[in-house]
Design a protein around this ligand. Structure first.
Ligand code: SF4
Ligand code: SF4
Length: 404
């Protein structure tokens, strides 16, 4: 595991363990801490233990100087923003390291900088095919194991806590937020499209997802072993790296359109284009947690007021104040509506029978799923790509000629 990956993972898991502790869940913190330490020791990789100790020191220091962030109480919006920036910084560094690694391979040199395997998260088709291989053939791919691990991570977050991955962790969502704010500085108007334009545009991401799913589903199981051992799969990550590092004119136009969309409308990329967002939107219907408005506490029903603070806070333009339960596939469990609500208990992220999940609880669940699973995968030897560097050096020279 690369240093950036290790630091991100350890900080996130130590922080989630500390949140359990500060939230009064001492036993939960003990179990989480024991799992973390046990997995670290079982990895037999001493730098990971060193990074774990460093993460404990950092989180303890934060607890001393920033207690509000350390226990994530009272300021969920600030905590969410810090988490988003932390993940964005981590992914930026991962991207730079990935690019340097690919550049060295391209130059015919054995990379002195490790390839961060988490970059395989950007290979959703490979991840889907690998998942199909595991489920139908019991075959575990060794070239890009992190792709299927990260696909499962994203799916599990969706089943448990809706699109919280989008709202709390995705760096692309954060980048879109900045583009939107920049555009609003220049053109102040909201420029929201009418419903008859918005709805078909929202379907675009589902069409993209359907196309990706078709590629996975239509591949006969019998062809999968051949595909997974083939050169195309071995260099899928390098093809992606070259696609971003040396984009074609068509790709540049595509990027420009995506940037324009993100700047035009808040969460435009998440809402209209992102196939991962579409996948999470579908899976999120399975989540027992929803934003729920309690009419016995809401100011509208109890005081006859015309409050709509929750709706105005929602970046997805969901009409929260007119519904009891928010089932929308666009809800990213960001908790902005809950933070904006002036009436305690009027709005909660909870199950149908009223079990609430606070912002802190949501963050603990999200961080645990996002990082404990990759840690276990790493300790089990199913994280790091086994494709030798000499094969990559050979294949990267003829990337254009490598097809399915
Ligand atoms: S309904 Fe609430 S949690 Fe869902 S996206 Fe809107 S503000 Fe965020
Ligand atoms: S902000 Fe709270 S009190 Fe106001 S409408 Fe929404 S749920 Fe009701």
């Amino acid at each position: 595991m690369s240093t950036i990956e290790s630091i991100t993972l350890m900080l996130a898991l130590v922080y989630s363990t500390s949140l359990l502790y500060w939230g009064g869940k001492k036993w939960g913190a003990l179990v989480s801490g024991a799992l973390l330490l046990g997995a670290t020791l079982a990895s037999f990789f001493w730098p990971l233990l060193l990074i774990l100790l460093g993460a404990v020191l950092v989180v303890t220091a934060i607890g001393q100087y920033q207690p509000a962030f350390a226990n994530a109480e009272g300021r969920p919006n600030a905590v969410r923003e810090i988490c988003q920036h932390f993940f964005a910084l981590s992914m930026l560094l991962v991207g730079v390291q990935y690019a340097i690694n690919a550049g060295l391979l391209y130059a015919g040199e054995t990379p002195w900088l490790m390839r961060p395997d988490v970059g395989d998260a950007f290979l959703p088709i490979a991840g889907g095919i690998e998942l199909k291989a595991i489920l139908t053939l019991g075959l575990w791919d060794q070239n890009h194991p992190a792709a299927v691990v990260m696909l499962c991570v994203v799916l599990i977050t969706g089943v448990v806590c809706k699109r919280a991955f989008c709202g709390w962790a995705c760096p692309l969502g954060l980048a879109g937020e900045y583009l939107y704010k920049l555009r609003k500085r220049v053109i102040h108007a909201e420029l929201l499209p009418p419903a008859w334009v918005d709805w078909p545009l929202r379907m675009v991401k589902y069409l993209l997802l359907a196309a990706l799913l078709y590629l996975v589903i239509s591949m006969p199981s019998a062809s999968i072993p051949h595909y997974l051992s083939g050169n195309y799969h071995k260099v899928a990550d390098l093809k992606m790296a070259v696609f971003f590092m040396m984009p074609s004119m068509v790709a540049l136009i595509g990027f420009g359109m995506i940037f324009a969309l993100a700047a035009w409308r808040r969460q435009g990329f998440c809402r209209y284009i992102c196939p991962y967002g579409a996948l999470l939107g579908i899976v999120s219907f399975l989540s027992p947690f929803k934003i729920r408005r309690n009419t016995q506490h809401c100011l509208i029903e109890t005081k006859g007021m015309s409050c709509d603070k929750c709706t105005r806070a929602c970046p997805a333009n969901i009409s929260v104040h007119t519904q009891k339960n928010i089932h929308s596939d666009e809800c990213q469990a960001c908790m902005r509506c809950v933070s904006a609500c002036p009436k305690k208990q009027a709005l909660q992220f909870s199950t149908r029978n009223g079990i609430p999940l606070s912002a802190r609880g949501l963050l603990i669940v999200l961080l645990t799923i996002m990082f404990m699973l990759p840690l276990f995968a790493y300790v089990s030897g199913y994280w790091h790509s086994q494709t030798p560097n000499d094969i990559k050096i050979e294949l990267i020279q003829k990337l254009d000629r490598i097809g399915h």
